[in-house]
Ligand binder design. Structure first.
Ligand SMILES: [Zn+2]
Length: 348
C-alpha cells in the first residue's frame, strides 16, 4: 500500500523496514512540506498494523484496511465539533485536527482519555494529530503527559510542516521522520496515471506544484491562465524591453486589493515561468518546459536573458517569499524586486 504514495522513497523504505520488524515507534513525528502526503503515510502506518492479513504492509482491500482511512472530518464554524478525537470508521483510529489557528485543548484531553483504552478491534490504537504546529503551549503540555506514558498499545503520530514550531519537549519524545518535496516528474506521472489528466495539463500543474501533490491537485489550470499571462507580461517588460515603468504598472495590479488573495499564487506562477525560461536557456531543451501552453512566449524571452541572471531572479523570489513573513510592505518589496529584474545585468 505504501506503493500508492508517490515520492519520498527514503521515508518509505525506512517505514517498510520498521513495519516489517514490528518496530514502529509509539510516538512519531512526520515532518516535511505541505501536500507531500504525510497524513496518508500516517494512515498507512495504522493500516499496516490493523490489516487482517498481517504481512508487514497493509493489503489495502480487507475490511479493516477499508475502514481505517474513512474519516468524516468536520468543516465549518462549529468549534464544538473540533473538541474531540474524530474517529474513522475503524474504532481504533482517530484524528485530531485544528479549529482555525489552534488545536483545541479539549481535543487533546479527549485524546489523553482515549489513549488509555485497549484496542477495541485490532492490536493497537492510532491517533493522528494533523497540523501539530497548531498546538498552543497549553495543548502541547497536555499532550506531553500522554507522550510520556502511552498505553503499550497506543500510537501517536504527529504531522507537521513546521517541526521547529513544536515545543522541544514534544519533539524530543517523538521519533522524527522527514519528508521532502516530490519531484515534478513524479507528480506529472501520478496526475496522468491516477487522476486522468491529459499530459499537457499534468505538466502545467506539476510545474506549479512546488513539489506538493496536494497543491498540484488544487490548481485550476484554466483559471490560472490569466494570472500566468500577467506574469509573463512582467517578464517580457523586464527582460525584453527593460521597461521599468511598464514593470511597475504591472506590479501595481498585483498588489492592489483585487489581486491580494492571489499574491502567493502569482509568485508561484512567476517562479514557474522563470524556471522554464532558465532551463530552456541553459539546456536548449524545450521539452523541459512546464508551461507548455506558453512555449512560444517562453522561447521568445530566452534570447534576452542569461541563465545566470535568471538564477538570480529565482533567488530574489525566494528572498521575497521569506521576507513576507516579517516585512509587511509587500508592495514595496515587490516593486523593488521587479525594478531589479528590469535593470538587468549586475543589479541583483
Ligand atoms: Zn488489509
Amino acid at each position: 500500500m505504501l506503493d500508492k504514495l508517490i515520492g519520498n522513497s527514503d521515508a518509505k523504505a525506512h517505514l517498510r523496514h520498521l513495519m516489517k520488524e514490528g518496530r514502529v515507534p509509539q510516538s512519531l513525528l512526520l515532518a516535511g512540506p505541505e501536500g507531500v502526503g504525510k497524513k496518508h503515510f500516517a494512515i498507512e502506518i495504522a493500516r499496516a498494523r490493523l490489516c487482517a492479513e498481517q504481512n508487514g504492509e497493509a493489503c489495502g482491500v480487507c475490511a479493516p484496511c477499508e475502514r481505517v482511512g474513512k474519516f468524516d472530518l468536520p468543516t465549518g464554524d462549529n468549534a464544538d465539533t473540533f473538541e474531540r478525537v474524530i474517529f474513522s470508521e475503524h474504532p481504533d483510529v482517530g484524528m485530531v485536527i485544528p479549529f482555525r489557528r489552534n488545536i483545541r485543548i479539549n481535543a487533546i484531553r479527549d485524546l489523553e482519555r482515549e489513549a488509555n483504552f485497549n484496542p477495541f478491534e485490532g492490536s493497537g490504537r492510532f491517533f493522528v494529530i494533523d497540523e501539530a504546529e497548531k498546538l498552543n503551549d497549553a495543548a502541547a503540555n497536555a499532550l506531553l503527559k500522554t507522550l510520556e506514558e502511552p498505553a503499550p498499545t497506543t500510537n501517536i503520530i504527529l504531522v507537521t510542516s513546521r517541526p521547529d514550531s513544536l515545543l522541544p519537549t514534544i519533539r524530543s519524545r517523538c521519533q522524527m521522520l522527514r519528508f521532502a518535496r516530490v519531484p515534478n516528474e513524479d507528480i506529472e506521472k501520478f496526475l496522468v496515471n491516477k487522476k486522468e489528466y491529459t499530459p499537457d495539463r499534468a505538466r502545467i500543474a506539476a510545474g506549479l506544484s512546488r513539489g506538493s501533490v496536494g497543491r498540484a491537485l488544487s490548481i485550476d489550470i484554466e483559471a490560472s491562465q490569466e494570472q500566468r499571462r500577467i506574469m509573463y507580461e512582467v517578464l517580457e517588460a523586464a527582460a525584453v524591453r527593460r521597461d521599468l515603468a511598464g514593470v511597475l504598472r504591472l506590479s501595481d495590479t498585483l498588489s492592489d486589493a483585487k489581486h491580494k488573495d492571489q499574491f502567493e499564487s502569482n509568485l508561484e506562477m512567476l517562479e514557474s515561468l522563470i524556471h522554464d525560461i532558465w532551463i530552456t536557456a541553459a539546456s536548449g531543451d524545450r521539452r523541459r518546459i512546464s508551461n507548455i501552453d506558453m512555449e512560444d512566449e517562453i522561447l521568445r524571452i530566452t534570447s534576452f536573458v542569461t541563465p545566470a541572471e535568471l538564477a538570480k531572479w529565482l533567488e530574489a523570489i525566494d528572498d521575497l517569499r521569506r521576507s513576507l513573513g516579517v516585512n509587511i510592505n509587500r508592495r514595496m518589496a515587490t516593486d523593488a524586486m521587479f525594478a531589479k529584474f528590469a535593470a538587468g545585468g549586475s543589479a541583483l
